[in-house]
Write a protein that binds this ligand. Structure first.
Ligand SMILES: Cc1ncc(C[n+]2csc(CCOP(=O)(O)OP(=O)(O)O)c2C)c(N)n1
Ligand code: SF4
Ligand SMILES: [Mg+2]
Length: 277
């Protein structure tokens, strides 16, 4: 059984998306070796270079809309809580276009795993700046001097109530695989922010190789998490911690609906009433 489809791969040579694809592929292989079935996993992709992972992984995948992978994933998880739902989203996709969905999923503690392919540019549309591009970045939509500073997505997510936060790097695949697996094992909203090399528009590999260090510490302390998350502001040349930044156990969103898990009709009714639809 091949976990990679035979769809022609159109990612550029040296693209960090390959490391994310193969980290997830290895996890699914392990998952099946341990007696689980890959059909229990659904991957929801955003729109962008990252989204093509939906074509390349031979599992159940859904292409959503730009910035809307999170509501798709939330709906899938509520409709069938037995599924493991992974979202592969871009930085433009989730930190710009769909930011409100991301923050509300964290706030609600929806039991999904979000992998952000943060190449710090809009890759597919050829290099426009995103919320994590530094002010020195010149793309097609900001050709002059940079006037906007990036925001720090990890701090934003900590403020929003995320119960699992980690940072990985496509240049360190072994650690990345462990972080994604830890996120998938977490019960609640998990986000892995992956610093991903874009070989064509923003190749920061030599900077990341020099500055990223592996962090292993007390990930249950929110104050410590804010300090760690703030160590690098996405703009400066400081060192960058990679590892689990924060983890907390809190009731998940799905458990707030009082329904029989086998009764799809009453579950849908409860969700529709909750959202006032
Ligand atoms: C609603 C909507 N707005 C804009 C677009 C155009 N669009 C497609 S991909 C993309 C940028 C994707 O950037 P990112 O999410 O960072 O993904 P990457 O290509 O870098 O992996 C944009 C703006 C679209 N498809 N739909
Ligand atoms: S443009 Fe960048 S992100 Fe997109 S496939 Fe090429 S290297 Fe990868
Ligand atoms: Mg991007």
């Amino acid at each position: 059984m091949s976990y990679i489809t035979d769809a022609p791969n159109t990612w550029c040579e040296g693209c960090g998306n390959f490391a994310i694809l193969h980290s997830i592929r290895r996890i699914i292989e392990e998952y099946e070796k341990n007696g689980s079935k890959k059909d229990e996993i659904v991957l929801v992709a955003g729109i962008g270079c990252h989204g093509k992972i939906a074509d390349y992984l031979n599992i159940n995948t859904v292409y959503s809309l730009h910035g809307r992978a999170i509501p798709f994933a939330t709906g899938i998880k509520i409709a069938n809580p037995d599924l493991k739902v992974i979202c592969c989203v871009g930085d433009g996709d989730s930190y710009a276009e769909g930011l409100e969905h991301l923050l509300f999923a964290a706030k609600r503690n929806v039991d999904i795993t979000v992998i952000v392919h943060d190449n710090r540019v809009y890759g597919l549309t050829m290099g426009q700046y995103t919320p994590t591009s530094p002010d020195s970045y010149h793309g097609k939509t900001n050709p002059g001097d940079g006037k906007e500073k990036p925001f720090n997505p990890l701090k934003l997510l900590l403020c929003s109530g995320a119960t699992f936060l980690a940072r990985g790097y496509t240049g360190r695949m072994d650690q990345l695989q462990k972080l994604i697996w830890s996120g998938m094992s977490h019960k609640g909203f998990a986000l892995i922010e992956v610093l991903q090399v874009c070989a064509s528009f923003y190749d920061k590999s030599s900077f990341y190789d020099r500055h990223i260090y592996e962090y292993q510490g007390d990930s249950g302390d929110i104050n410590e998490a804010f300090i760690l998350a703030g160590e690098w502001d996405y703009n400066s040349d400081s060192d960058i911690p990679a590892g689990i930044i924060y983890e907390e156990i809190r009731q998940i969103f799905e458990e707030r609906f009082e329904y029989e898990t086998t009764d799809l009709k009453s579950r849908r009714k409860a969700v529709i009433e909750y959202f006032g639809l």
